[in-house]
Design a binder for this molecule. Structure first.
Ligand code: ADP
Ligand code: MG
Length: 695
């Protein structure tokens, strides 16, 4: 199976090079793994009189009784009269006319196959698949014929569907050895067919039932080996990266927990703190992803874990992707820690040199226990005395390279907790973050009212403005958000400014105060406007998506999203999460034009009907597909041949579970029963390196 594909009869160097460049097929084995994307039923023969408009491909048997070529502007067109004994129809060729013409046999039975063209209720078949009936009878007769993915380049080199069928058939008829890759126990327990039978039936299904079995077996296998890889990586990680042991629950934690916790933790928060504490005692480095919907209360979890670090003699760092967020975390953490007299500092791009020098010194000497900040914290100049714990908020906004810097801030890497408010569907998380430990806060603090969400068309804007006035009259504040997309940045800024102007006309000073905030403003100016809004000095915050993540102004009760149809679901959900953070009823109004694409309609409807971030993420996954959801970064794990994370979710779960069971008993796959798995696994990891250890 590892033999170069050029050695297969009928391939040769030219075809081999196209197979490699177009399909990455280099060996016999690769060709076997090149699966059809659909099958056509060739068990059925039609009569011309029974042909239907809008049918899929059809197959007929009959003779060609005459043909002639018609000159055209370019080249010529060949038309043959095909008779099934009762009626006739035309077969038409526009390309390769010369070759066809010299090879067509008159009055000999042919099997023809293809799609129909209809003109004046008369069918014709352009470029039919043509086979002599005598050859057809000789061939291996399976009912379903495979259709392989194709391209112009492949066809130009003679690699059409027929050729693929012939080549792949050869691999079976010449009895090339096909190795089993799963253990007999697994096959038995899950009632999976053998690899060999599965491969044969995926290419040449004997019947529908066997095709289904073949698909199940191969999908399971595909998931299984990815999970095996991810889980082994996780295990190895724990062996390879020693971690600081936090075994004390000391003064700071206890004091804070007993005396200063401003509210009771939710059950989910308690559960997560427990999971983290357990990690911190194992002696392996923690590498954990904390998922929690917007407003689920991740910050307090971060604070408690920071206290654990301090109690055990370590420093902690907490980084966020934007200045606003970092500042907000800083304010929150400082307030929480105020009674404990623990030192906290903020480091961002705009921290003044003088202050910076002090921070660096205190950090190095260990006087400063907690550093909160932006990317600035990652810089090499920032040296900790003994960093033991690092929290990364909204990790998807940091690149892998950036995050890896956090790992290097101590002799052995600090424990890492990455937090995200962008829920990732469980199945996707299993694939993409399968090597991480995952905690989920799946419960909101008590008393939250879900945000009432409505979709309004642009021509109702005045009514919306009126509603905003009512809310402001009650003492609440309002966000109005505009899209800002790089490709259309100029236009977007214009929309933002136009919107600001029209709001200013309707909400006039001095009765109303409006803030504006966007990415082109200097950090100080943004900060100033943000603070005015936080303090309640302004009623309306007009902004681009810079306010998307994390901003916490509990008094804000309305989120108006302009051109909502241009936002993705997760972004809409994040934006909506900016309101409904206090106890008052809050609202989200999605403004849009009248012309909406089908996808946009689904997105807006989903937002109106759902408030749960995980439900929304599931819809998003279905709309956009896993690749787009996660970016290209992890495409390795998502680049699946046959399985589908969404449609085959239950098989994925099963595969992960089985991989876990096997590794639990036999972490190095050395048991005799697992020998096939081991061999296949080694083969697979030889060819694929998964991404780095850095989470
Ligand atoms: P997020 O997960 O979006 O970061 P935050 O940590 O900002 O959420 O919490 C959102 C709000 O809920 C904050 O005002 C916080 O003080 C409050 N909060 C968090 N946990 C609880 C709780 N258990 N009970 C009541 N309020 C809570
Ligand atoms: Mg947060």
């Amino acid at each position: 199976m590892n033999a170069p594909i050029a050695y297969l009869k009928g391939v040769g160097p030219i075809k081999a090079s196209v197979l490699k460049s177009e399909l990455r097929i280099e060996t016999f084995g690769d060709l076997l793994d090149f699966y059809p994307f659909r099958y056509i039923d060739r068990s059925q023969f039609y009569k011309i009189k029974d042909l239907q408009q809008n049918s899929a491909e059809v197959q007929l048997v009959g003779k060609i009784i005459s043909f002639n070529s018609v000159a055209q502007k370019r080249g010529s067109r060949l038309v043959a009269k095909f008779s099934d004994g009762e009626n006739t129809m035309d077969l038409v060729w526009f390309k390769g006319v010369k070759w066809i013409k010299s090879n067509l046999k008159l009055n000999v039975p042919y099997v023809i196959f293809g799609k129909l063209n209809w003109f004046n209720s008369m069918p014709s078949m352009p470029h039919p698949d043509l086979e002599l009936y005598s050859d057809y009878k000789k061939g291996v007769q399976t009912k379903m014929q495979p259709v392989y993915p194709s391209s112009e380049k492949l066809i130009a080199k003679g690699l059409n569907n027929r050729t693929f069928i012939k080549l792949i058939k050869q691999l079976f008829t010449e009895k090339k050895p096909i190795k089993e890759t799963l253990s007999p126990n697994l096959l038995d327990e899950l009632k999976l067919i053998s690899k060999k039978e599965a491969l044969f039936n995926i290419h040449f299904p004997i019947n529908q039932a066997l095709l289904s079995k073949a698909q199940k077996r191969l999908k399971f296998e595909e998931f299984f080996f990815i999970q095996l890889q991810l889980l082994r990586q996780k295990i190895n990680h724990k062996k390879k990266f020693k971690g600081f042991i936090f075994d004390k629950v000391g003064e700071n934690f206890t004091n804070f927990y007993n005396n200063y916790l401003p509210f009771d933790l939710t059950g989910a928060q308690k559960k997560v703190v427990k999971e983290i504490r357990k990690d911190l005692a194992t002696g392996a480095q923690m590498n954990r992803l904390l998922q929690g919907d917007v407003g689920s209360g991740k910050t307090i979890v971060a604070v408690l874990t920071i206290l654990l670090a301090i109690d055990n003699g370590f420093q902690a760092a907490f980084i966020a992707p934007t200045e606003i967020l970092a500042k907000q975390h800083y304010n929150a953490v400082k307030e929480f820690l105020n009674p404990l007299k623990t030192s906290v500092a903020l480091l961002t791009g705009s921290t003044k040199t003088k202050e910076r020098t002090i921070i660096f010194k205190d950090l190095k000497e260990g006087n400063l226990k907690v550093l909160i900040g932006t990317h600035a914290v990652l810089e090499d100049k920032v040296i900790f005395k003994n960093l033991g714990f690092a929290i990364i908020d909204e990790q998807h906004r940091f690149g892998v390279a950036q995050r890896s810097k956090m790992w290097l801030k101590n002799k052995i890497p600090p424990h890492i907790l990455v937090m995200t408010a962008t829920p990732i569907p469980r199945t996707l998380a299993m694939s993409v973050y399968g090597d991480l430990d995952i905690s989920v806060i799946d419960e909101l603090p008590p008393g939250r009212k879900s945000v009432k969400t409505a979709h309004r068309f642009d021509n109702n804007r005045l009514k919306v403005f009126k509603f905003l006035k009512e809310e402001i009259a009650k003492g609440h504040q309002v966000y109005v958000v505009y899209p800002l997309i790089q490709e259309s940045e100029q236009m977007d800024y214009k929309d933002l400014m136009d919107g600001y102007e029209s709001l200013s006309r309707y909400f006039q000073m001095p009765e109303y105060q409006i803030s504006i905030m966007h990415g082109k403003m200097k950090p100080e100016a943004k900060d100033y406007e943000m603070q005015r809004f936080v303090k309640g000095e302004t009623n309306i915050m007009v902004a681009t998506t810079v306010i998307e993540v994390g901003v916490d102004v509990p008094n804000a009760s309305v989120m108006v999203i302009e051109s909502a149809e241009r936002f993705g679901l997760s972004q809409l959900h994040q934006l909506r999460g900016r309101v409904g953070r206090g106890n008052t009823q809050s609202y989200c109004i999605l403004m849009s034009g009248n012309k909406l694409s089908d996808d946009a309609k689904v997105r807006l409807k989903t937002m109106v009907e759902n408030s749960d971030g995980f439900d929304i993420a599931e819809v998003d996954l279905k709309l956009r597909g896993p690749g787009n959801l996660m970016g290209t970064q992890q495409s390795g794990v998502l680049d699946l041949k046959i399985a589908d994370i969404i449609k085959d979710a239950s098989l994925l779960k099963l595969a992960r579970q089985k991989a876990m069971e096997i590794l639990k008993d036999d972490p190095n796959l050395i048991n005799q029963t697992n020998r096939f798995i081991r061999a296949a696994y080694l083969e697979k990891i030889k060819n694929a390196t998964l991404w780095s250890n850095i989470s």
